[in-house]
Write a protein that binds this ligand. Structure first.
Ligand code: ARG
Ligand code: ZN
Length: 874
């Protein structure tokens, strides 16, 4: 059933307090919930509709009086109560659930590590008990947990521990050795932030003193053997708490903050109030088992979940259409945090690269949706790069438009107005606008229109007038259900370089009939101007420019658009690559060159011609999917051939330099340090090694083997292994076998071993994939295993898009198997087939056949159905 934003209605009943009681057991857990209900209206009592799925109803009591079960309305999805009091009343519901057979990993489930654990966002609470499962129902929760003391020595929920102890042994009921804990969360919250964890866990403990003097206990819980691997996560948590105080004045609000790591988790992590639950992959790290990338990711996600305490929990979403209100904002905050902790330009480049590959292509396909979607069948399908990453870009644009101080004022006003409330994207917009008395005109369209705007910018210099005119044209492509678009407000950051490569001072701008003098935010001379592009076509003229400049457009990627610059020449790009003061745009100039050169080569590859000589301009080349996105009809074979060719050309031309880079960037210090200097050194060395191995020559293989054997940390060891794995043969097979032997007891490392084989572009890899499905290291029930083995395969041009359709067929098979256990993960996997129309006719019909086969499968989940049917319809 499709749900629409325009149909939003507040509930007829508020929930004031909720007392939950769990008696935990894997086969059968009983849940009793006692809710203080406040009718909105004291003159009538509409039916109260409670959500519930896979929950067995035991009893219902209203003000202590039992209702006959024949008198309530119960379907597989709802419990409806009628003839209710018009005055506040107590509703008590007894129910039963089965954690052990819950493979969907939402609601309460038993993890393979033996612990009980919950995941409620978006709509998992209804798998725990009957409730108004929607974010605008906010209540104070108290949670009592009873469980076997030996099996579950640790009992956790949200808030403060207010009572705990042993239960008298009731041998008659088999409850020998039970104990209990009572948790009280003083903050009102929606049920999606509820959490419960119980099991055999050990914690790493630390403390943090907030700036107003509150001592907060910090605990990170894992199985005992993993505690040594939580040091980095704890460090990251303390950095996050400090950063939110320093940058936003936001303090933690309770005396305890818990993080739990679980090995089976559908997503990255979850911000449950004071009890964050994390996928182990995003908590556990050691130099031997985790790479630099892992360390950086952990830092960012620990920050992200912590920052949700204010942006998400204290102020939450009115309905799920507003998801980006908390996610876009919190991603923006974690991006800024990571930038402040490491290298700002490197972080920005990584974020933009991801946006361009994943989000731009989502925005151009059948699942395209606005940052705030208008409708959904299954909300889980809308935890997307659009909502998260484009949403973060929308938040970043406020900061670009209003300045850092203006943005902070807007944040302050947002909390002043909405603390404790469930609100909408307009409320955030209004706070930003009102705090700055700004006119943001059509900016709200970023929330309602899907599709990546194409911004075409051309220029003309008038030497006599010493003026430089910038002509802008914006066009938003139509997307499913949105044929016509209106122009939005695009902040276009511009710098102008003089012939020495310096930023010219920008003094005056003629903009739509008015003359503006330009200053930077501190009132000094302006080196970057932000043009407000809000019409379909528009002109801006910079005055007082003594010479013709080289323009640097969209500095720091000031808006999530595709930039087209017909008047920028290759010489301009080389000049920017060498001189631009905006680091992001220096990188971008190299990427633009790379894209142009490779796209020029593609027709030649398609005609099977000899490929022309290529000169090294940039070291990390744009990826295959990015190039395919830029083609009329995506041709995976040609793109792959060209990219491999260019890599080999670069490697052979620069072989001596790369060899030197490897030698010079080795470290004699076996101790691993995660800091910018060492990360940069390792990444440069390992990049060079990768290029060298593309040559598949005896000496380069020798070198990579040597690096592999001498590595003292996972970053270097894994990079050497990946380099070796580029080329089929005995060396590859032996290295893979050796690596597995060494690490077979470290699940997270084994997962990366699966990734490496999954992403292989050695032709015919489907056979190997099928073999790995039966390998002891794989388990379809564990999402991390699926993401590792099946995920990367879908990005391989030669294997997933194999001409014979074997890749599509393989993915469809796996998806159907998976859908029976975990629909959320299954629908994520199949989404890669959604862009089937981008390819040649042969591939189109092969992919379409698989989508049709899926769509007509009996008993398909709503999750997979939504993706398959929308992909076929578009
Ligand atoms: N709120 C979580 C986060 O961003 C993610 C929850 C994802 N839920 C889902 N059903 N996919 O940190
Ligand atoms: Zn989040």
């Amino acid at each position: 059933k499709e749900i629409f934003l325009k149909d939003y209605k507040p509930t007829g009943y508020h929930f004031d307090t909720v007392e939950l009681k769990f008696v935990l057991s894997e086969k059968k857990t009983t849940v009793v919930s006692k809710i203080r209900v406040l009718p909105r209206n004291s003159s009538e009592s509409p039916p109260l509709v409670l959500d519930g799925r896979d929950v067995k109803l035991l009893f219902v009591k209203i003000n202590g009086e039992e209702r006959k079960l024949e008198e309530v309305e119960l379907t597989s999805r709802h419990l409806t109560l009628k003839s209710l009091p018009v005055q506040p009343f107590d509703l008590e519901i007894g129910s039963e659930i089965h954690p052990e057979t819950n493979l969907s990993l939402e609601g309460l489930y038993k993890s393979s590590s033996g612990m009980f654990c919950t995941q409620c966002e978006a709509e998992g609470f209804r798998k725990i008990t009957f409730y108004q499962d929607r974010p605008d129902v906010m209540a104070k929760f108290t949670t009592r947990i009873e469980a076997d003391k030996a099996q579950c020595p640790v009992l956790l929920s949200n808030g403060n521990l207010i009572d705990s102890g042993d239960l008298e042994s009731l041998t008659c009921c088999g409850q020998n050795g039970f104990h209990y804990a009572v948790w009280e969360d003083p903050f009102k919250k929606p049920c999606y932030l509820f959490a419960l964890v119980a099991g055999q866990l050990t914690s790493r403990d630390d403390t943090f003193k907030t700036r107003s003097g509150r001592d907060v206990q910090l605990r990170i819980w894992t199985p005992a053997q993993d505690v040594p691997k939580t040091e980095h996560a704890m460090h990251a948590l303390k950095l996050s708490m400090k950063w939110d105080e320093d940058v936003y004045g936001l303090e933690y609000d309770l005396d305890l903050f818990n993080i739990v790591a679980v090995p089976d988790f559908d997503m990255g992590a979850m911000e449950n109030k004071s009890l964050n639950i994390f996928n182990s992959k995003l908590v556990l790290a050691s130099a031997e088992t985790a790479t630099d990338v892992d360390y950086a990711t952990i830092l960012g996600v620990i920050g992200h979940e912590y920052f949700h305490n204010w942006t998400g929990n204290r102020v939450t979403c009115r309905d799920w259409f507003q998801l980006s209100l908390k996610e876009g904002l919190t991603v923006f905050r974690d991006q800024e945090f990571s930038s402040d902790m490491g290298s700002r330009p490197v972080k920005r480049i990584g974020d933009v690269a991801l946006l361009r590959t994943a989000q731009f292509s989502e925005d151009a396909g059948p699942m395209a949706h606005p940052v705030r979607p208008h409708s959904y069948i299954k909300m889980d399908n809308f935890y997307t790069v659009t909502v998260y990453k484009k949403g973060a870009e929308v938040v970043r644009m406020y900061q670009t438009l209003l300045g850092k101080d203006g943005f902070r004022k807007g944040m302050d006003l947002y909390f002043e107005r909405h603390d404790g409330q469930a609100v909408t994207c307009e409320d955030f917009f209004a706070a930003m606008r009102d705090a700055n008395s700004a006119n943001l005109s059509v900016f709200l369209r970023w929330y309602s229109q899907a599709g990546t705007p194409i911004l075409t910018v051309s220029t003309a210099y008038d030497a006599a007038a010493r003026s430089y005119t910038v002509k802008c044209k914006q066009e938003i492509p139509s997307t499913p259900g949105q044929p016509v678009k209106e122009p939005t407000l695009i902040p276009l950051a511009v710098g102008l370089l003089n012939s020495k490569g310096e930023d010219m001072v920008l003094t005056e701008l003629f903009d739509g009939g008015s003359l503006k003098s330009l200053k930077d935010t501190a009132g000094g001379p302006a080196k970057t101007a932000v043009l407000l592009v809000d019409k379909e076509e528009q002109e801006f003229t910079f005055l007082n420019l003594p010479e013709k400049p080289v323009p640097s457009f969209l500095r720091n990627f000031s808006a999530p658009v595709r930039l087209v610059t017909p008047t920028v020449t290759d010489d301009d790009l080389l000049f920017l690559l060498a001189h631009d003061s905006d680091e992001f745009n220096r990188w971008e100039a190299g990427q633009t060159m790379g894209r142009k050169l490779m796209l020029d080569l593609i027709p030649k590859a398609q005609r099977n011609e000899q490929l022309a000589e290529f000169v090294a301009k940039a070291l990390t080349l744009p990826g295959e999917s990015e190039l395919m996105d830029l083609m009329e009809v995506a041709d995976p074979d040609a793109v792959h051939t060209v990219r491999k060719f260019v890599i080999r050309e670069l490697a052979s031309k620069l072989k001596q330099d790369f060899l030197k880079t490897v030698t010079e960037n080795r470290s004699s210090d076996p101790h691993y340090t995660f800091d910018h200097k060492n990360k940069a050194r390792r990444s440069l060395k390992n990049l060079a090694l990768g290029y060298l191995c593309s040559l598949d020559e005896a000496d380069t293989t020798e070198l990579a083997l040597k690096e592999y054997k001498s590595a003292t940390n996972m970053t270097d060891q894994f990079a050497a292994l990946s380099s070796l794995c580029q080329n089929p043969g005995d060396v590859r097979d032996e290295a893979l076998a050796n690596f597995y032997e060494q690490w077979k007891d470290e699940t997270l490392v084994v997962n990366e071993w699966l990734v490496l084989q999954s992403m292989s572009d050695i032709p015919g890899n489907v056979k190997n994939m099928r073999r790995l499905l039966d390998h002891p290291s794989f388990d379809m029930k564990n999402p991390n295993k699926v993401y590792s083995l099946i995920g990367p395969f879908r990005r391989t041009a030669v294997n997933f898009h194999a001409k014979d359709g074997s890749g599509y067929e393989f993915l469809a098979e796996v998806t159907l198997q998976l859908d029976k256990m975990n629909p959320q993960v299954a629908s994520r996997m199949i989404s890669s087939l959604s862009r089937w129309k981008r390819f040649d006719e042969g591939r189109q019909s092969l992919a379409k056949a698989q989508l049709e086969r899926i769509a007509k499968t009996d008993g398909l989940s709503e999750n997979v159905f939504e993706i398959a049917s929308k992909s076929l319809a578009a």
